[in-house]
Design a protein around this ligand. Structure first.
Ligand code: FPP
Ligand code: MG
Length: 329
């Protein structure tokens, strides 16, 4: 990727789509309305912060790069964001996370039971809206993607053996848990254009999504809570095995590996113990190796765009790659 002086921001990427994204958010608001006060109360809580709307942005840009955005794409954007929110509500409940986007999570503010039911409510509402479109192809894409998401989450829940969890295992996991939805977003957008663009845009989304998740996992090692809106070092605290740790393990001494195993065996590791592992991961090259892998995937994503017609939308898709690997929160 070329190195640019100015950092790419989501706001700059979304500049030309402001009207469309407002329409997507409006539609999302209407979609989640229920005839039940508690559901609406949780909806209000969830929609208080709008989120970056990265997935609808990918869908709209993919559509624009090979054709035109129509009403259907706005609805699909809202459905995508709705599914994304549903997965986060469930994920926070699974992870027992207290904060998301700087706000208490549904499990923290309401309860785990309510988080599980709300995730189901939002997801089933998204499917209802998808079916109303009366078009099989988006349904085919999204049913495959949401099923993959659940497998990704399941892979994560059972990944606890730090010495046997390989980089391949990790990459399989992040493709399912994160990249699949971004690839789905691009594929949905590609439906407005010629068939030949569908696979490259899907592959772009897969590489971009994996790079995005590696960058996210890096932030857990490098960023402060004030920047991300989520507690930092949470992955290690929860014994989540991500690329910086996997890559560093290959270069650790036996004593250091033992320290990692001890942390994984400790149900309530303290901050000193966690910080010691973060230092080892840094010194043993885990952060650098993960950054390098994110760069490689970024290049793969960029290569997929070569067959997409040149123009503003393709440039913006390229900026999305930079955004994914450079982001600070
Ligand atoms: C966040 O990852 C989690 C996901 C992107 C996927 C979650 C998927 C599910 C819960 C299963 C599918 C659910 C439905 C409703 C179809 P993370 O924990 O690495 O990110 P974080 O640090 O932002 O929490
Ligand atoms: Mg999580």
């Amino acid at each position: 990727m070329d190195s640019r002086v100015a950092r790419v921001t989501m706001t700059s990427i979304q500049q030309s789509l402001r009207g469309e994204l407002d329409a997507v958010f409006g539609e999302l608001r209407r979609m989640v309305q229920a005839d039940f006060p508690l559901v609406n109360q949780v909806n209000e809580h969830l929609l208080r912060i709008r989120g970056k709307m990265f997935r609808p942005t990918l869908l709209l840009l993919a559509a624009q790069s090979v054709g035109q955005i129509g009403r259907r794409e706005l609805t699909l954007g809202a459905i995508l964001e709705l599914i994304h929110i549903a997965t986060l509500v469930h994920d926070d409940s699974v992870d027992h996370s207290p904060l998301r986007r700087g706000q208490p999570t549904v499990n923290a503010e309401f309860s785990h039971e309510i988080a599980v039911i709300m995730g189901d409510y939002l997801y089933s509402r998204a499917i209802e809206k998808l079916v109303q479109l009366d078009s099989l192809e988006p349904l085919r894409i999204m049913s495959r993607v949401t099923n993959e998401l659940t497998i990704g989450e399941m892979r994560e829940v059972v990944a606890h053996d730090v010495l046997s969890f390989t980089q391949d295992d990790y990459e399989q996991l992040i493709r399912a848990k994160t990249a699949s939805l971004m690839a789905g977003a691009c594929e949905l957008g590609a439906l407005v254009g010629d068939d030949e663009f569908r696979e490259p845009l899907k592959q772009y989304g897969l590489s971009l999504g994996s790079a995005f998740q590696i960058a996210d996992d890096l932030l857990d090692y490098t960023a402060a809570e004030s920047a991300t809106g989520k507690p930092s070092s949470q992955d290690l605290r929860e014994h989540k095995i991500t690329l910086p740790l996997i890559a560093a393990l290959q270069h650790m001494t036996s004593a250091e590996k033992q320290q990692v195993e001890d942390l994984m065996a400790n149900q309530t590791p303290d901050t000193d113990e966690i910080n010691a592992i973060i230092r080892i991961v840094e010194v043993r090259g885990g952060i650098a190796a993960a950054r390098e892998r994110a760069q490689e995937l970024a290049l793969q994503a960029e290569a997929e765009l070569a067959v997409i017609p040149p123009g503003r939308a393709r440039d913006a898709l390229r900026d999305c790659i930079m955004y994914s690997i450079e982001r600070r929160r």
